[in-house]
Design a protein around this ligand. Structure first.
Ligand code: ADP
Ligand code: ADP
Length: 238
């Protein structure tokens, strides 16, 4: 069954601007879905609507069976805690180690001791295993700001996985990276989807990257879906 169900999803911001109109998409375990579209086409708005951060109306909008429109604050907190978010600018704490940055990904679900900075041995071991998974076992104690952009983004992905997410939302995760590093980040997201079954929605503005690393695509223009399908059907003008 799908992890994300969006049916006739629309978002109109307070200023009256409609950023997304009648957006329909199901995302199943193990899929990488690329969101394509120019700046301002509604890609970030979709990701925010999924976690209740944008004002959504829909026939249905649910994550892992939880309805988002009308959900109370506690329910939205739980949905955000089970959604891994990866940003364009990584959003690591620069002066903290890679390991500590990964550990903070578990804070949503952690108890008061963890919030005070005392992580359990099990949490540390899990964070170290995730750093190994993203190819950074040897960088656990390196400060985040000493790492390359591609390495920082892989730490950010490990941090998202520390949440034990049922869905990963990656908002332009490679827009700040050169093409070689972009490939290392996107192949990692693909591995997470295909090996762990965690679906990934990734916004991209390079069609060729979608073709290489995603399974399906949805192209947006001014908040509306213009094309969608398997990436094999992508053409340059989408
Ligand atoms: P993308 O991620 O594709 O660049 P966005 O989802 O950020 O697009 O934005 C879609 C449209 O919604 C743009 O026209 C943007 O200016 C507008 N928008 C985004 N956030 C807000 C907001 N909080 N209030 C009003 N308009 C917004
Ligand atoms: P970047 O510029 O690196 O894309 P920002 O720091 O500007 O990232 O954040 C992008 C937006 O994502 C912010 O407006 C923030 O409110 C939103 N955001 C933060 N956490 C989440 C989340 N869990 N789900 C969806 N959106 C989020």
């Amino acid at each position: 069954s799908p992890v994300l169900v969006a049916k006739d999803l629309s978002v109109t911001y307070k200023n009256g601007h409609t950023a997304l109109s009648d957006f329909t998409l199901d995302v199943r375990p193990g899929e990488v879905v690329a969101l394509l579209g120019h700046s301002g086409s509604g890609k970030s708005t979709l990701m925010k609507a999924v976690t209740g951060l944008a004002p959504a109306t829909a026939t249905q909008l649910s994550v892992d069976g939880t309805d988002i429109p009308g959900a109370n604050a506690a329910t939205l907190r739980a949905v955000r805690a089970s959604t891994g978010y990866v940003f364009q600018h990584f959003n690591l704490v620069p002066q903290l180690s890679a390991l500590t940055n990964v550990l903070t990904g578990g804070l949503h679900s952690a108890g008061p001791l963890s919030r005070a900075g005392l992580f359990s041995r099990a949490q540390r071991e899990q964070a170290l295993a995730l750093l190994a998974r993203v190819g950074l076992a040897d960088k656990a104690s390196a400060r985040a700001d000493s790492l390359s952009g591609g390495q920082q983004q892989r730490v950010a992905i490990a941090r998202a996985l520390m949440q034990g997410p049922s869905l990963v939302l990656a908002d332009e995760p490679v827009a700040s990276l050169d093409p070689r590093l972009a490939g290392s980040v996107l192949s990692l997201l693909r591995k997470i989807a295909h090996e762990d079954g965690i679906p990934v929605i990734v916004s991209l503005h390079v069609v060729d990257l979608a073709r290489r690393y995603a399974d399906r695509f949805v192209a947006l223009d001014a908040g509306r879906i213009t094309h969608a399908g398997p990436v094999a059907s992508l053409t340059e003008d989408m």
